[in-house]
Design a protein around this ligand. Structure first.
Ligand SMILES: Cc1ncc(COP(=O)(O)O)c(C=O)c1O
Length: 395
């Protein structure tokens, strides 16, 4: 057996399924207009929703931190890497959400695979929405807890599970995404969180895509539903709308202490690099100062959804800045994606295993700084590409 034989077998199977992937190359800073594989395009596929990754204040903060603290934390937080700026960022994040504490992780993936096993273990129960992010699925695997999956957004089924299990289990953790990353719908938190309270379950909201983008003050999907105070564990990323790198888990004081002592992805991993920490800290301040970015993002998202609807193109169930257009078949989806790139739009096609088989789609993500005319141009290009699949296939 060699790597060559493994690669031939595995990649052959992936190719046969039509899910072979390659990375495109992006030049310059992340923003609404970019060079992708050597072509000037409007970028509608990233998660830098508020366009903070290249915001002058954010860049300056990263530069200054590199000067004052260097480029690396050079170790884990528990050994030598806990620097003043990590603690300052965590205090700022906790304050931003009105919570007692926060702890930063290297990525959102690491946060979820760290926090879930810290809360539930063998014999406990994780109750998980069917469309939760892969990092929640993997966190459940590491936790070795029993898992009950409820159909996406089905609050009645969630209640049936909680009613059945609450007297039998030591701990129950209910995990949901705030915004579903491939569908753009928002979890019904105003119903889910009270249910958790009623049945004594702990709630985990992964608001990777809601942080900074939803709610009257950008505190996310729970704030949008007036339910932030009922969240036990709030997870968010720093690499999406925050325009930096990393993630956080926020909640009560004891949560932070518990994670520091038990979350293996925190304990056995290097602390965030100072420039990333300072960039995130600056970005949270910019979010508060420039709330018009959030408003512009949602205005662009609405314009995109309404524009596509006028062409009879469904973006269900999205109500946010993640706007799916389901094509269905893998090859057709990637052909539309290539056509759009050819026409000057980067709109990534998403296939299994990121989405269920047969629901391959374009995942369109406008940014706060796209001009209305650019959003309109995307609408026309998508409508044309979808209506002439033979042209798409020929590109
Ligand atoms: C819902 C959700 N949770 C977690 C993550 C992981 O975050 P990160 O990219 O910081 O690892 C993502 C990333 O795409 C996500 O969409």
């Amino acid at each position: 057996m060699s790597i060559q034989t493994i690669a031939d077998r595995v990649l052959g199977e992936i190719q046969q399924r039509g899910t072979y992937r390659r990375m495109r190359r992006f030049d310059g800073t992340q923003g609404p207009r970019m060079r992708v594989d050597g072509r000037e395009v409007l970028a509608f596929a990233g998660s830098n929703y508020l366009d903070l990754a290249a915001h002058p204040t954010v860049i300056q903060a990263a530069q200054e931190a590199a000067e004052s603290h260097g480029c690396a934390a050079a170790g884990s937080r528990l050994i030598n890497g806990n620097m003043d700026i990590h603690e300052a960022l965590e205090e700022d994040i906790a304050k931003f959400f009105g919570l007692d504490s926060a702890l930063v992780f290297a990525t959102g993936y690491m946060a979820n695979v760290g926090v879930i096993p810290a809360i539930v273990g063998s014999g406990d129960l994780l109750v998980s929405d069917a469309l939760n992010h892969a990092s929640i699925v993997d966190g459940a695997r590491l936790a070795k807890a029993d898992v009950a999956i409820f159909p996406h957004g089905d609050v009645d089924e969630l209640e049936r599970i909680l009613k059945r299990e609450s007297s039998r289990r030591r701990e129950i953790l209910v995990a949901v995404d705030g915004i579903y990353s491939m569908d753009g719908d928002v979890a019904p938190l105003s119903e889910i969180l009270p249910l958790c309270r009623r049945y004594g379950a702990i709630s985990l909201v992964d608001d990777a895509h809601g942080t900074g983008t939803l709610g009257p003050r950008g505190r996310g999907s729970a704030e949008q539903q007036n339910a932030l105070e009922h969240v036990d564990i709030l997870m968010g990323t720093l690499g999406k709308s925050v325009g930096s790198f990393g993630a956080f888990v926020a909640g009560g004081l004891t949560l932070r202490d518990l994670l520091i002592n038990t979350a293996r992805s925190f304990i056995f991993s290097c602390a965030l690099a100072p420039p990333a920490v300072a960039a995130a800290q600056a970005a949270f301040r910019v979010m508060d100062k420039e709330s018009e970015r959030r408003e512009a993002l949602q205005a662009n998202a609405l314009r995109l959804r309404e524009g596509l609807a006028r062409h009879g193109i469904s973006t269900d169930p999205s109500s946010t800045h993640i706007v799916p257009v389901i094509v269905g078949e893998n090859a057709a989806t990637m052909a539309v994606c290539e056509t759009l790139l050819h026409e000057g739009f980067h709109a990534q096609g998403i296939r299994h295993p990121s989405v269920p088989e047969g629901t391959a789609r374009l995942r369109l993500t406008p940014m706060a700084t796209h001009r209305a005319a650019e959003v309109d141009a995307l609408v026309e290009a998508v409508a044309t590409a979808l209506s002439t699949p033979e042209r798409a296939a020929a590109v």
